[in-house]
Design a protein around this ligand. Structure first.
Ligand code: SF4
Ligand SMILES: [Zn+2]
Length: 288
């Protein structure tokens, strides 16, 4: 089975086969996304931001679209300069041979035959194709697929009407977090973990919004052991503090999912996250 990256439905704990385990699933299993309620036909070339690699708290609210991968040769035209993509709509990076683009509704875009682009009218020898019930769409490039998708898919439209957070708003919210976390910790032992959980969710959301945040961190984390995919474009911009925040969220997410809560360990990890947020603001906050 084709595999374009391990951060796919095939390894996801919510894929209906793994039953809460983060690991490669039995490929003969029936893949059904428990979060988005759909049969995943191609689990090893399908992705979303609810996969634990981009969702350290294992949140079950759908985050952004579902993505499929197409060959990188389709990445031939730039996205129109006027298009501002909300952070949650930016696809996770591929490892250099393929590019990820959103499903249209629950239909996976495919790499296909020659066609005339539905956006620009250019003929291309190979196209991204979309097989709809009554129609077949062709796109010459990932950029033109994206432009069409942004205007047409209901998921995109809900994100586009949101007001994006500006740098000041992100910085302001980050500054308030260490104190909120410490308030949350003071009631944690009284069984009020939901309070601290809410603050962690806020950190998790902000990590998506921060420039050079989750998407680029994840690229490095997924491919750190594969030098051929080491991408200096990301490596040189990454903040180690963001990496600490992300790994802290993964640890505390795991602790909070256990039946027997270890308050001491949770408290320790939450304090570390608060410190990392403070260090990020002091050292790298100007890059937000
Ligand atoms: S669509 Fe997302 S949440 Fe659902 S199985 Fe795939 S990666 Fe997991
Ligand atoms: Zn085109």
């Amino acid at each position: 089975m084709k595999n374009d990256g391990n951060d796919c439905c095939g390894t996801c704990p919510f894929n209906g086969v793994n039953k809460g385990i983060l690991a490669p699933a039995d490929k003969n299993g029936k893949f059904f996304c428990e979060i988005r309620d759909f049969v995943v036909q191609d689990p090893y070339v399908t992705y979303c931001n609810n996969h634990p690699i981009r969702n350290p708290l294992w949140l079950r609210t759908p985050r952004g679209p579902v993505w499929g991968s197409v060959h990188l040769s389709f990445d031939s035209k730039p996205l129109d300069a006027g298009i501002q993509l909300p952070a949650e709509l930016v696809p996770p990076q591929g490892e250099g041979n393929y590019f990820r683009i959103p499903y249209f509704r629950l239909v996976r875009p495919l790499s296909g035959e020659a066609g005339i682009c539905d956006v620009c009218g250019d003929a291309s020898e190979k196209s991204i194709i979309l097989m709809l019930d009554q129609d077949k769409k062709f796109f010459c490039s990932t950029a033109h697929y994206f432009e069409w998708w942004l205007k047409t898919d209901p998921t995109a439209i809900t994100y586009l009407v949101r007001t994006p957070l500006d740098q000041e708003a992100i910085r302001y919210r980050l500054k308030a977090l260490p104190e909120k976390l410490s308030d949350g910790l003071s009631v944690l032992a009284d069984g009020e973990q939901e309070w601290v959980y809410d603050v962690l969710r806020e950190i998790d959301d902000l990590l998506t919004e921060i420039r050079n945040g989750r998407n680029e961190l994840m690229y490095q984390v997924v491919y750190a052991d594969e030098p051929e995919f080491d991408n200096p474009k990301f490596r040189d911009r990454l903040s180690p503090h963001l990496l600490h925040i992300q790994s802290g969220l993964t640890v505390v997410g795991d602790l909070l999912r256990r039946d027997d809560l270890n308050y001491h360990a949770i408290s320790d990890s939450v304090s570390q996250i608060g410190k990392a947020v403070g260090a990020y603001l002091r050292q790298d906050g100007a890059r937000i």
